[in-house]
Design a protein around this ligand. Structure first.
Ligand SMILES: Nc1ncnc2c1ncn2[C@@H]1O[C@H](COP(=O)(O)OP(=O)(O)OP(=O)(O)O)[C@@H](O)[C@H]1O
Length: 222
């Protein structure tokens, strides 16, 4: 699924250069469930941004399947992102003025899906996370766990190959956390989705098949 070769990302902070990722060599197979842990500032979010094609490496290469996304033109990268990669964030990132149904439909807009098909697929995605009866609700009318389920429906409605989750349970209590993990793991199991989860929570990381640790820009296996 992913091959990272000598992947390096540096940032300028004033007159200082920060090495967020240092010569990372890593392969992640299709259908793996991987947890990424590590101290604050270690490089977890930077790595996830690279995997999601949200930012470019300073040097080295990253391939998704057969596509080298390190130097790909922006338009092509945006298409790969829209089609193949689902994102779930700690704070859900739903659009507050749109209903659950409309939030999910937004993921299909860049794919040129007709309005009718969009509505049908979004309704199915909401039903698959147990929210068929909440489609008309705004995010403020939903609990945190329900909002995260809408965000998962939005990520999966396009049937991506990979789901990248940045602290997906960080804002939830333990019981809701377990519900969300079960949904994510179900997607991994039933659809063969590659699932990559950044987490501070060891209970979340323990459920993954593979645990990576990233500290000062260097990745190690646990
Ligand atoms: N846009 C940026 N500009 C400058 N420096 C950055 C930027 N993004 C990240 N960094 C720096 O890169 C390093 C790695 O940051 P990153 O956010 O990837 O760590 P993290 O492991 O996700 O941390 P946290 O657990 O706090 O989210 C840190 O030193 C951070 O200050």
């Amino acid at each position: 699924m992913y091959t990272l070769t000598k992947l390096t990302k540096t940032y300028r902070q004033g007159n200082r250069t920060v090495h967020a990722l240092k010569n990372v060599d890593l392969a992640i197979g299709a259908g793996q469930h991987v947890a990424i842990q590590g101290p604050t500032g270690g490089g977890k979010s930077t790595l996830l941004q690279m995997l999601g094609g949200l930012d470019r490496p300073t040097s080295g290469t990253i391939t998704i399947g057969a596509d080298d996304i390190s130097n790909m033109p922006d338009g092509r990268l945006a298409k790969i992102r829209a089609k193949e990669i689902g994102f779930v964030f700690q704070n859900f990132n739903l659009i507050p003025t749109l209903t659950a149904q409309e939030n999910v439909e937004t993921a299909l807009e860049p794919l040129g899906v007709s309005g009718e098909v969009r509505a049908k697929r979004a309704a199915e995605a909401l039903a698959s996370v147990g929210l068929a009866d909440r489609a008309g609700h705004l995010p403020t009318e939903l609990s945190g766990g329900q909002q995260q389920r809408v965000a998962i429906a939005r990520a999966l409605v396009k049937e991506p190959d990979v789901l990248l989750a940045d602290e997906p349970t960080g804002a939830l209590d333990e019981e809701t956390r377990d519900e969300i993990l079960e949904i994510l793991e179900g997607l991994h199991r039933d659809r063969g989705l590659t699932l990559i989860v950044v987490t501070h929570d060891s209970a979340v990381a323990k459920r993954a098949q593979r645990r990576l640790h990233i500290k000062a820009g260097t990745v190690t296996e646990r």
